[in-house]
Design a binder for this molecule. Structure first.
Ligand code: NAD
Ligand code: G3P
Length: 329
């Protein structure tokens, strides 16, 4: 892909829209693909994604289409930015020679990684983009940093070159597993932090959830083959802090709403916006039970999210665990 070829951005929610704008800031045109033709037509005309990223004007370098084949024609790689639940159907329609930059922070339907799903479908060039990146801030050009991870060094370098700009620092990593799963797990811990907020349990409890959540993330990531240091990088600790403490986070807000009794807990969407952690918690809890792994915060969030436990029961389950040494798990 030459420098002036548009980069396809597949998914016109908040993050896809912000990434399309970020590409133009980096000097590259983007083609933003929206699934619904009427939505794409409105976005092309109004030049603002009022549903998912209000207040950010689409620059002239962003073209909008609902024609998927046209969006990816001739591209070396595409940013895939639909929610995880929509990734399998979207990938099924894409040419296998296309490089994929997976941007969803969620799991495949079987609880596995989306990068594995992509390779299982026959894609050979696969990367993950993840970090502390609220669309609301990246869309406005506030300074941020992110990570593109791939075992394909050429792909990671190409994505870095396409996205890096004075307001977005893009680091590369070879630890695909660690970068992908950090983004997946932090949503669940942020939901737990939201429960703490909604129950007014205080700053000590919030700090404890974040810190113990980070350890839980670390145990799971390393068990899946991640490098331990990645847990403490932008896609791990960085994104956990950004999500668990942010007024922008849908996951944190969903936990807060559940604790206040005003969230429809069986619906994985909030006001039409995706809350990945609600789905992830159940998938991960099922995996942990099957593999005898102890993920207590994941378990509490899964059972609260499914309605089996009240938020108070979830917190009690964490406070009532056996006494132990801090570094013992
Ligand atoms: N919003 C952020 O700040 C942010 C930042 C980093 C990563 N992410 C991740 O990016 C992914 C997308 O999140 P978002 O915030 O852009 O979503 P969003 O909630 O803003 O919008 C979701 C978009 O996806 C579309 N969509 C829903 N189901 C779909 C399907 N089955 N197939 C195709 N399109 C579908 C919707 O129509 C909508 O355009 C999520 O996995 C999220 O965790 C979001
Ligand atoms: O709004 P959330 O909770 O989906 O978080 C958005 C991003 O993942 C933050 O990095």
């Amino acid at each position: 892909m030459g420098l002036s070829s548009p980069v396809p951005v597949l998914g016109a929610g908040g993050w896809g829209t912000a990434l399309a704008v970020a590409l133009t800031r980096a000097g590259h045109p983007a083609t933003l693909w929206a699934r619904r033709p009427d939505f794409a037509a409105r976005l092309a005309e109004v030049r603002e994604n009022r549903e998912y990223l209000p207040g950010v004007t689409l620059p002239p370098g962003v073209a909008v289409t609902s024609d998927l084949a046209r969006a990816v024609a001739g591209a070396e790689f595409a940013l895939v930015v639909v929610p995880s639940v929509g990734v399998p159907d979207l990938l099924a329609e894409l040419p296998r020679e296309l490089g994929l930059v997976l941007c969803a922070k969620g799991l495949a339907p079987d609880g596995g990684r989306l990068t594995d799903l992509a390779r299982g479908l026959g894609f050979t060039r696969v990367a993950i983009l993840s970090g502390p990146n609220h669309a609301e801030e990246v869309g406005r050009g506030l300074p941020a940093a992110t990570v593109v991870a791939s075992t394909d060094a050429g792909l990671a370098d190409a994505v870095q070159a396409a996205l890096v700009s004075p307001t977005l620092r893009v680091y590369t990593s070879r630890d695909e597993v660690g970068v992908e799963l950090g983004g997946v797990l932090k949503n669940v811990i942020a939901l737990a932090a939201g429960l703490v907020d909604g129950l007014n349990l205080g700053d000590n409890a919030k700090a404890a959830i974040i810190t113990r959540g980070l350890r839980e993330m670390g145990r799971y990531l390393v068990s899946q083959g991640a490098h331990e240091d990645t847990v403490y990088g932008l896609s791990g600790l960085g994104d956990l802090v950004a999500t668990a403490t942010s007024r922008h986070s849908r996951n944190r807000a969903a936990g807060e709403a559940i604790a206040r009794g005003d969230h429809p807990i069986h619906r994985p969407q909030q006001g039409g916006k995706v809350v990945e952690g609600l789905r992830t918690a159940g998938l991960l809890d099922t995996w942990a039970s099957a593999h005898g792994q102890d993920l207590p915060i994941v378990r509490a969030v899964a059972l609260v999210a499914s309605g089996e436990w009240t938020p108070d029961q979830g917190i009690a389950s964490l406070m009532g665990r056996d006494a132990r040494a801090e570094l013992d798990g």
